[in-house]
Ligand binder design. Structure first.
Ligand SMILES: Cc1ncc(COP(=O)(O)O)c(C=O)c1O
Length: 367
């Protein structure tokens, strides 16, 4: 079989998402399972969004609008850009693949940090093989090392991915530092700012959202998603903001009808739910602080996070710990696939779920 397969895939492990609740309930015969593994918003969608979804049910026998016209109009007015600056995908993960497929030529490379979101690696290797993927070590305090990027950049570098805040560390690059870096990158290299967790950032004044750069420059792309603060992970919508020319070429690799009818309607409605967004960010900040403090007191060395998750170092074998936590009905994320052999990541949930996680963690570690 192996000889039938695209050789780029020989070196590729598929993306392993956090396990679904149903699987753990079935496998361990558990009634209660708490999932804090995939950085979802723990609050269900607001009524206005469920009403929009319900309203669309009668039209599901028709394909959706392939161009997501009304959703793009809505995002455009929300960001103060033109529809021509936008392209949508079923999750920003898919937009990452579209960017690599559209722009990475044979022999060129993707540059990013180690210990970052896995889709950059997957998209790069799938398209152009393992030589196409270059990673720079993080700084000692688990930040993207932009000086390391400067040194690693060469003639072959084509696409630079920057997750800000980064998953799984929750660390953020300060605005001035990132801006300076982008301004130094030659125009024949694309800089992709992946802002999946932007709405959770504590100090927006020190955050580069990049929208103005994406519109005015030919080599900056900003990625956003409805999966996190908008609580629509189950419907899959993400998008890129970029110069019209970049969007034109991304349009060539977009699949037809790629955003479902329900997803389009829900995303449009969710952009009118400012209260929900603000409430989600505020509760995340509060619960994140509590969770961080308790993890710190347990000696877990958590990293300060600007997102809706916390990385911690349990000081024990994470494979064994993870298995025991699953048996106890708690799904969190062991971080070996991200390049940490000693760290776990927990999503900030509602207070009750965070407490459940902390209790089970205490119990398992005491064994
Ligand atoms: C940094 C980062 N970018 C993008 C995504 C992808 O989100 P989605 O495909 O749901 O839009 C994630 C998801 O966890 C992420 O952590």
């Amino acid at each position: 079989m192996k000889q039938l397969v695209n050789p780029n895939l020989h070196d590729l492990s598929p993306y392993k998402p956090g396990k679904p609740i149903e699987e753990i309930q079935r496998k361990y015969n558990l009634e209660k399972v708490v999932k804090l593994a995939s950085n979802e918003n723990p609050f269900p969608i607001p009524d206005r969004v469920s009403d929009a979804i319900r309203d669309e049910l009668g039209s599901l026998h028709f394909y959706p609008d392939s161009d997501s016209y009304y959703l793009k109009e809505k995002i455009a007015s929300y960001l103060n850009v033109k529809s021509e600056n936008l392209i949508l995908g079923p999750g920003s993960s898919e937009v990452i693949k579209m960017i690599v497929r559209a722009f990475l030529k044979p022999g060129e490379t993707v540059l990013t940090s180690d210990k970052t979101f896995l889709m950059y690696r997957i998209a790069s290797i799938e398209t152009s093989g393992k030589e196409s993927f270059v990673q720079v070590d993080m700084t000692n305090d688990y930040c993207y090392d932009l000086n390391g990027f400067r040194k690693a950049m060469d003639d072959k570098t084509k696409i630079i991915f920057i997750a800000n805040p980064n998953n799984p560390t929750g660390t953020m690059l300060p605005k001035a530092e990132l801006l300076k870096f982008i301004e130094e990158v030659p125009e024949d290299k694309l800089v992709v700012l992946d802002n999946a967790y932007q709405e959770y950032v504590m100090d927006p004044g020190n955050y580069l959202d990049g929208i103005d750069l994406a519109v005015s420059r030919k080599n900056v792309i900003v990625l956003r998603t409805f999966s996190k603060i908008y609580a629509l992970a189950g419907l899959r919508v993400g998008y890129a903001v970029a110069n019209e020319d970049v969007i034109f070429y991304l349009g060539k690799v977009k699949s037809p009808f790629n955003i479902s009818r329900l997803a389009q309607r829900a995303a449009i409605a969710s952009l009118d739910c400012n209260d929900f967004k603000e409430k989600s960010a505020a509760l995340n900040a509060k619960n994140r602080d509590v969770l961080f403090g308790k993890l710190e007191r347990m000696g877990m060395n958590p990293l300060a996070s600007q997102a809706n998750f916390i990385l911690f170092f349990p000081g024990t074998d994470i494979k064994v710990l993870n298995e025991r936590m699953l048996q106890e009905g708690v799904i969190i994320r062991p971080l070996q696939p991200f390049g940490f052999d000693n760290a776990m990541r927990v999503t900030v949930g509602v207070e009750e779920d965070n407490e459940y996680f902390l209790n089970k963690l205490g119990k398992v570690l005491a064994e």
